[in-house]
Every structure is written in structure tokens, then in C-alpha cells.
Design a protein around this ligand. Structure first.
Ligand code: ATP
Length: 289
């Protein structure tokens, strides 16, 4: 388990982090979201030892995270960090060796990743000759080449086309399925909803909401949505405050069993469930609270 505990960080007068804590269990994919300047990059840099905190600690499997263990982590920094004039294959293998793989293992892992990321035919190209999206795939390969125990990725999906998003998403899910805790930041909340087990929302250096994706959604259920095959208008008949959304009835503050009885008496009920908010709605609600 990777635990980021009570981080504080100032840059001069700017309080960047004011008691930030979050954690990821083995196999858990955690989405880290927040407005621009909220503190995501600062948190991830501190977790990876690139930046020192003023206070707080990073704990991995019960003990403070040391540099040797960090070497076994995979990290995608926001500023990226590829050598533009180095060939794709050589570059990925080079980073593998830097993280402790022998030459043969680094080569093998590079070939596997290039295939997984649909980059095999670019193996001999200089990184600078690739599109930005493909450079990002190489960056992901660099962070995965040593079969990392944990992943910390700063906006790995920014600027990717939908196919590349799927490739990247699958790569992250595979790594989590192999037992790695995965934390990544993103502004693409639909992706967070699709890929993550948990979400942590940061606002102005503080955690403002956190929890399992399903739990967060269930906690803030909205209206009861009813679809019924009938030519009758049930707006006045249904209990509580009733509004229409297309052919659907949205019932707020009404007794659900009574609503079901009335709907079923009018016709065949084809949908009867509480609407759940999207992660994007939960985020907007949390940051404006
Ligand atoms: N090196 C630095 N020097 C001074 N201030 C900094 C530095 N790095 C970050 N900050 C400030 O710390 C705060 C948090 O920034 P951070 O980059 O962590 O936010 P973020 O959530 O990653 O934002 P974004 O979504 O825009 O990438 C901001 O107010 C930022 O201006």
C-alpha cells in the first residue's frame, strides 16, 4: 500500500499543499483530480522524491519510502523527460537498465511494450520525429519498462487521441491487475470514471472529497427516473416533485413504492432507478461547496 500522509508545502507565500493525504492499495487505480494549481503535480513530485515537502511522509507497505524502493516505481513527470535525439527502442531499454534491468531483460521488456503500445514499427525512429501522442506512449513505456511495483503518473492522458487513450488505459489496468497501486492525475473526468476504483479531489492544497467511485456516486443519488409505456400524463398523479426529461419522469421527495404502483398501473415500466451523478458533477459540486 502506498500512503501519502499529511503533506505540507509552501513556495514562498504560496501554500501549495496544506495537509494532503491519499493512498492506493495494491491493484487499486486512484484518480487524482483538481483544478489548475490545486496541488496535484506538487503532491506527485514529493511522492517521487523530486521535491522535498515541508512536512509529511510517504509510506510504502508500512515503512517510509526510500530511494531504493522508489527506483522500482514507475513515474511519468508532468514535464516529461525523453531524449529527443535518441531512438525509441534504445531509449526505453536505456531507462530499463537505469532501473536495474540487465541488457537482455531491458531489450525484452522494450519489445513487449512497443508491441502493447502499437509502436513496434517506430523502434528505430528518433523520439523527436514522433507525434506528441506517440512521444507520450514512449514516455509511458519508459515508466513501465522495469515492471514497476507502483505507478505515479502526472496527466498521462493529456493530448492523446481516443485510440491512444484506450491503449494507455489498458496498460494501466494491466499493471494494476498485476498488483501495483496506480495513482494518476487527469482533467478528463470521464476517463477517471471509466478507469478508476477511487477518486481523490484536491482543491487549493486540501483534499475536499475522496472515496470509491461507486460509493461517491451512490452517496449523492439524485432523482428517481421512471420510464413507463403509457399515453397518460402522470405528472400530477406521481408523488413528490415531478419533472419531465424527454419521455421520462423525474421524481424528487416522493415515496418510491407509491410511484412504482402508480406507474405500473398506467403501463409497462421500462426503467425505474435513481439517477447517479457523474464524477464530473461530483467534482463541480465539491469545488464549489
Ligand atoms: N516551483 C514552484 N515555485 C513556486 N510556486 C509553485 C511551484 N510549483 C508549484 N507552485 C504553485 O503551487 C500550487 C500548486 O501547483 P501544482 O503544479 O501542484 O498544481 P496542479 O494541481 O498540478 O495544477 P495543473 O492542473 O495546472 O497542472 C500553485 O499555486 C503553483 O503556482
Amino acid at each position: 500500500m502506498l500512503e501519502i500522509k499529511d503533506l505540507h508545502k509552501r513556495f514562498g507565500d504560496v501554500v501549495a499543499l496544506d495537509g494532503v493525504s491519499l493512498s492506493a492499495k495494491p491493484g487499486e487505480v486512484v484518480g487524482f483530480v483538481g483544478a489548475n494549481g490545486a496541488g496535484k503535480t506538487t503532491t506527485m513530485r514529493i511522492a517521487m522524491g523530486v521535491l522535498a515537502s515541508d512536512s509529511g511522509e510517504i509510506v510504502y507497505n508500512g515503512t517510509p519510502l526510500g530511494s531504493k524502493q522508489r527506483q522500482r516505481f514507475g513515474y511519468m513527470p508532468s514535464e516529461r523527460g525523453l531524449y529527443p535525439k535518441m531512438k525509441v527502442g534504445e531509449q526505453i531499454a536505456y531507462f530499463g537498465e537505469l532501473h536495474g534491468l540487465d541488457k537482455a531483460a531491458a531489450k525484452r521488456s522494450t519489445a513487449d511494450l512497443l508491441e502493447q503500445l502499437n509502436l513496434t514499427d517506430r523502434i528505430g525512429d528518433n523520439v523527436q520525429d514522433l507525434s506528441l501522442g506517440n512521444q507520450q506512449r514512449v514516455q509511458l513505456a519508459v515508466s513501465l519498462v522495469h515492471d514497476p511495483e507502483a505507478l505515479i503518473l502526472d496527466e498521462p492522458f493529456s493530448g492523446l487521441d481516443p485510440i491512444a487513450v484506450d491503449v494507455m488505459g489498458t496498460a494501466l489496468k494491466d499493471r494494476a491487475a498485476a498488483g501495483a497501486p496506480v495513482i494518476f492525475s487527469s482533467h478528463q473526468l470521464d476517463l477517471i470514471e471509466r478507469l478508476c476504483d477511487s477518486v481523490v479531489i484536491i482543491g487549493a492544497g486540501k483534499i475536499i472529497a475522496a472515496g470509491g467511485v461507486e460509493d461517491l456516486k451512490a452517496r449523492e443519488v439524485k432523482e428517481l427516473r421512471i420510464r413507463v409505456e403509457t399515453i397518460e400524463d402522470l405528472t400530477d398523479a406521481l408523488p413528490g416533485t415531478v419533472t419531465r426529461d424527454g419521455d421520462d419522469y423525474l421524481v424528487e421527495d416522493g415515496d418510491s413504492q407509491e410511484a412504482l404502483r402508480i406507474a405500473a398501473a398506467a403501463g409497462r415500466v421500462t426503467h425505474f432507478a435513481y439517477d447517479q451523478p457523474t464524477i464530473a458533477e461530483i467534482f463541480r459540486e465539491a469545488v464549489t461547496r
